[in-house]
Design a protein around this ligand. Sequence first.
Ligand SMILES: [Zn+2]
Length: 992
Amino acid sequence: MNDLKEFWEPGYLIADQNQDGVPDHINVNLQLPEEFTPSGLIDFCARLGFETTALTFDFLNGNEQAEYQMDFVQDEKVTALKLHQTSRRLSVHYRSEQEVSRFLQFLACEWPVADMDKKPVETIYFSEEEWWVEQGEKTPVSFPKCDEDPQYKKSAVKSLTELWEYDAFISDSTPNPTHKQSLSIHVDKGISQEIFLDICYGAARIGMSSTALQLPMTNVGEADVFLQIETQNKGQCEIKLEGERIKVQGKGLALRHAVRYLLHDKHWREGGNVSFWERPDLDPTQEEYVVSSLEWEGERETVVCLDLIRTHHSNEADEITIFLSEPLSERKKIRNKVQKMTGVEKVNVYSSFKPIVCIVMEDWIEGLRKVASEIGHIKFVCKEEMNADGCELPIRWIQELYPLDEWLGEELSLHKDVVTFELNDEQDSQVIMEVYDKSGCVILEETILVPIDSMNYVDGKKRVYPVSNEVRWMVGGEVCKQKAFSTDRQNFYQFYQSHVLDSFLANLKMNEGQPLFDRIEIDVEMSEPEEKLPVEHERISSLEALHEDLYFNTLHFFDIHSKNQHSPGGVYPFMKVREGSKPKAYIKIYQREHAGFKEGAVIGLTFSSNHTYPTEIMKDIDGVFKSEKTSSPPPSSIKVGEHVLNSKSASFRWIPEQSYKGRWIPVYEWFTKTNESYLSRKKLSVYKPTVLIEAGHHANEVSSRPSVIELMDELSEKKRIDHLNIVVIPNANPDGDCIHKEMTKENPEWKHHAARYNAVGLEYAEHRYQSTPFGEARVVTDIMHRWAPDIVIDNHGIPAHEWIQPFAGYNSPPRFKKSYWLPNALIYGIARKLQGSRYEKQRDLLEQIQNHMMEKVQGTILEEKNKEWMDRYKKYGHQWLPDVFPVEQTGSLLFFTWETHPDPESHVAISRFPDWVSADLISEAADETVYGNDLKLCIEAQKVFNTSILEVISHKQSTSNYQEGGYHIIERKRPLIMKGETINEETLTHRI
Ligand SMILES: [Zn+2]
């Protein structure tokens, strides 16, 4: 330094040690005389802290390795700061402690003064009234008056548990990139230097954590919060919260413990002791108990079938056709028995689950093979479903045929597009197969009428029309008699509707904010078709369909019948496919006592000289004071558990929350590392763009969790994210994850949507920014507070195979407006598009992201796979019902933009914080319970999605540092500056 005007510039007292362009170290050591405690030193330290993003408490009488040494020399003549050029030494001469206090305050608040002469300053002189440099003229000392804008007035601290909660001494009540700190510190004169220096360090930490810092901090009458440290002659020390005042009263070691706890210790979420008694793992485990236990056992449908034939057999019949929801092996046994029993030779036993696919595969294929070489095309004319009260789509019978075109193509060595569909609203049978030769003549025709039953949908209004069982006696191809009967699945589902949903509901008591029950466990065992098809992930699995029906229909039932109760409780259908077994089910409904929310505000903490943490807390519970002993010693460090993948490159692991079922939800952070003990995320976010990536939101969507870790480890290694801060929730829904692991043990390839939401069936994202007992809903809010990210990414997935629910209209759940029956892409995007003229930049940015992503996908296997899925989706869905099966593309990439309006109540980041969140995106990969190469492909797809976003953010952002209204402010312009964007260089970085 050769000019004291550069005093606060980076590169001198403050350094950038890791060379990433961000100040991260206090590079000066202040050598203080004994018993020297000028209050202005608190302001000076606060300013030192404000100028950096990281620090260590070693710059007061400490670090002799520091590049700059600053000493204090008593002087009879002058109070002044002198720069010794050769030795990187600074000396403060002072006539009295009072004058040097004011001088330090002046340096912290006012230095350097605007419009000074260009000549280097080597000495600053100071008296109570005036300051001057060398031969310069004397200028009266003034400190700016703080013009407090009531709009910025913080809500008062409500509880001492809020301190350091989000990386700041006192956090704002709503997330904000600006952390404005208006604090007045008053310290009793009689305090020991040891404790005084602890307070100075605390001021530096508070300064560091602020992006708008009110200075001075001492001797001010106007502030949001007052911190008073008073020596009082009593054995114990107390920290008391009295309105806007935090009072620390005591002496000796107890006082020192209290000060250190308040200003040095870290929050329990950071591994410290602050508010350790709030740790959720200290809550006693909630006892769970069974409220209701039900058993169901049905007569096998095969037994019912044989009984019907025994009783009703028509001797004139020359053919019998039977529909049964059974695997092929069981159906063959029934055919043999019926042949023996009746003497009828021609007995057809078809499946009543996806019957037409089975009939084509088992029966019609013979005829098709015979004419294979002549086939020009195959047309399936499907009945248009017209039941006005039904949940089914008009294309119900085209859905039924999926994925026959590809299967037939393989079997007959034809292109799948040889198979076409047509809708017809006049025919009786659901499907007619017309096979044409190359000249357009019909060479084969088959048709079938499958038995349909009718049942209530859970909403009590609509009906559903599932395929059911039937015995048909025929003479000469004409039906002469028929008997319908239910499938095992129907029988059980009817029982479930009446005995669980309809009767259980009446006994449930609402409990505000809490789930109605803990969980319903449904164990079902049945003999049902379960077959993997040689087409992608497709399978014929009636119990997978029942799993989906039980789960979503139960949730829908509660949606309708208990308004405002978005979390009925967990619904866990465990399905066992057991060929030839009697259908049975066990249903258990569990309840759990809820600890609920922490009661009352902590308004007092007591310290003794024996412990560094509070031994007693005082709570204010609705005006009643209650004192509690804390558990001592504080609990040991947090062990996260194996449900979260490790990252070898993450800079920090923060553990802010536990899930509803008590599993930790860590957050991994990537930023350029320092060796400092303290750092401020909010400050780091001022210097660099910050991106939040949430993985595993819906737990049966399996690719994002491994993908995000792999991606971050790779990018860190290649140093491609040095210009960013990245925050990752590696496993956002650990309870769902655990359910998923449990369910895939028995059925490893099903979608398992019961593991989608949290433990109690809640789309917890909708509960963000609210007081909620679900930790999984609070994590994003915590991160918005701590980092104020510019971009929010939520990695999701969709099924990898067909999603049908026969008891909900043979489609994905009716509670979704769009159909998710068929996957529409291997990877696609969704983004919120902010509406309104103010948000043009956000929209431009989104467009840039979309285009970049589209280019990255182009020419890759992802594009190829996307096209395959899009072809299917268009052939089976979009071409018939474009509103239910929508398509919105950026070039070849499927990318939906959802119009979003600013809304301070929204749970969507960009809608809630439109002025500082730049983009809000969702990825969707076809990854629901996939393995091996398919999983690898989805992992890759998620990486490409996330990387495309990271790659468009420019290294150059516009940061400014200035003073206004008594505040020192550092801020970065938002929304983000993207690559290629022309910016005014002057706006890049300007300092005071
Ligand atoms: Zn999802």
